[in-house]
Design a protein around this ligand. Structure first.
Ligand code: YSA
Length: 346
């Protein structure tokens, strides 16, 4: 009997030596020390032995059990050390390999241009302020002399929503221009006022090479005693010179906006055809970049300014159009197509 037990111990220890992985060691544990393993089976034989042999047999099996448990622990430790050493070796960093360049983000060309334009006006004494993109009908239209059913609303269709509260329904919309901020600024401040307002605007628009349904505008407003159309022209010429250089030609023409009197538009000669006329400029030789004018007396009156004392000018320029002119970009749709090959050039 002792010889059988001795043979089991020898065989078990030999097998354990040969187990090269922790998984193999676990299989070994189950077959010798598990609930149905060889040791448990030997102990289960005790009741069938002659009473005189039971004690010594039981003691011998327990001896083997302790020996196997100790050997198991030892083997596990050794293999764990080997595995750690192996994984360190395989994960080693080869410092001689060339580095991987991380993907770097950058500012969008229109964002850069908006900042540059604001800086140009800031250098002429304008403050930069921002306002809400979701606007009340009142600020976007009514307060700017565009009552309901005014035909000018057709030029500026957009997304509408109804805001309901105890006072009833109040129409809200995605602002179509930054001009509502003229009213918000004047309601809160007394002249002299000199601000520029950059921000996103939205229009129900058939998109083409120069029209997007989401666009950035920069609004400008200056109100004080004695401001004239000459101040408006001087400021905008200075701005065009700062941005495009002296060589670029600038054109002023009359235009109509219900919230100015008189109204004007400013255009720059087309970069693509040098003013000769092409698809981009619709064969006119000019690209319109802004609308402007002298603030209408009714608008001034509505915010509590006396038009006999104060006058002012305002303008709203399209940031994408200016960016196109600056970098010779022939289609506005490139800006928002999310093509990194295009955007990385700026
Ligand atoms: C006029 C008089 C003021 O006293 C103050 C502001 C204005 C501008 C007026 N609020 C307005 O939005 N006029 S506008 O419809 O002619 O747009 C102004 C500029 O925004 C355009 O000259 C153009 O540069 C740009 N723009 C207009 N629609 C656009 C656009 N840019 C890209 N996509 C569009 N769909």
């Amino acid at each position: 009997m002792t010889a059988v037990l001795e043979e089991m111990r020898r065989g078990a220890l030999l097998e354990l030596e040969k187990a090269e992985t922790l998984a193999a060691v676990e299989c070994w544990r189950l077959s010798y020390l598990g609930k149905k393993g060889a040791v448990a089976q030997a102990l289960a034989r005790i009741p069938g032995l002659p009473p005189a042999d039971r004690r010594s047999f039981g003691a011998a099996v327990n001896d083997i059990k302790r020996a196997l448990e100790a050997a198991l622990e030892e083997r596990r430790k050794t293999l764990q050390e080997v595995e750690v050493a192996r994984s360190v070796e395989s994960g080693r960093i080869d410092v001689t390999l060339p580095g991987r360049r991380p993907l770097m983000g950058g500012l969008h060309p229109v964002t850069k241009m908006v900042r540059e334009i604001c800086a140009a006006f800031a250098s002429m004494g304008f403050q930069v302020v921002e306002g809400p993109e979701v606007e009340w009908d009142y600020y976007n239209f009514e307060a700017l002399n565009i009552p309901k059913d005014h035909p000018a609303r057709d030029m500026w269709d957009t997304f509408w929503m109804d805001y309901k509260n105890e006072q009833g329904d109040r129409p809200m919309l995605l602002r179509t221009h930054t001009s509502p901020m003229q009213i918000r600024v004047m309601e809160k401040t007394r002249p002299p006022v000199r601000v520029v307002v950059p921000g996103r605007c939205y229009r129900y628009e058939a998109t083409d090479a120069t029209h997007e349904s989401m666009l950035y505008q920069i609004e400008g407003l200056a109100v004080d005693e004695g401001i004239t159309l000459a101040d408006l022209k001087g400021t905008l010429y200075e701005f065009a010179k700062k941005l495009f250089g002296k060589e670029r030609r600038v054109r002023f023409r009359c235009d109509y906006f219900p919230f100015v009197e008189p109204g004007a538009e400013m255009a720059i000669d087309c970069f693509a055809c040098q003013g000769k006329g092409c698809r981009l400029c619709s064969d006119t030789g000019w690209i319109e970049i802004l609308g402007a004018g002298m603030v209408h007396p009714d608008v001034l009156r509505r915010v509590g300014y006396d038009p006999d004392v104060f006058t002012g000018f305002a303008f709203g320029l399209g940031a994408e159009r200016v960016t196109m002119l600056r970098y010779d970009i022939e289609d506005i749709r490139h800006f928002y197509a999310n093509d990194l090959r295009f955007l990385r050039q700026f």
